[in-house]
Write a protein that binds this ligand. Structure first.
Ligand SMILES: [Zn+2]
Length: 126
């Protein structure tokens, strides 16, 4: 099912349980970023249940993905640089850069947590 013009519930769903309950504001922003990028954005992680987040993230049971306000996007090089710039313009408050190793596995994490949900704005590397 489509959430926005270019993103489906399937691609945003938790990879362990299939739950997909993304935040409306985050999806609106993600679509705006997609529109300005003018290229497909391959999502490697969107919504995560608490159990899944605990398995894959240093943030434990709760984090940007369990709040349904985050996505990891497979992207590198010049496109990653463009994404970083465009994302800031659209109100993204958290950016995580995983840009080491083979280009095909590099990704950028985007989230819209507010300062009361975590130290924001911020940028980090993996
Ligand atoms: Zn799950």
């Amino acid at each position: 099912m489509l959430i926005t013009k270019n993103f489906t519930t399937d691609e945003m769903a938790c990879s362990c349980c299939g739950k997909s309950d993304m935040d409306d504001e985050f999806m609106r922003i993600l679509q705006s970023i997609r529109d300005e990028m003018q290229r497909p954005l391959k999502i490697t992680s969107g919504f995560r249940c608490e159990e899944h987040n605990q398995r894959v993230s240093t943030t434990g049971k709760k984090g940007p993905h369990t709040f349904a306000k985050a996505a990891d996007i497979l992207i590198s090089g010049a496109d990653a640089m463009r994404l970083f710039t465009i994302a800031q313009k659209h109100g993204v408050s958290g950016v995580g850069m995983s840009q080491r190793g083979v280009h095909s596995k590099r990704f950028v994490h985007l989230d819209i947590l507010s300062p009361d949900e975590g130290p924001r704005p911020t940028v980090w590397t993996y």
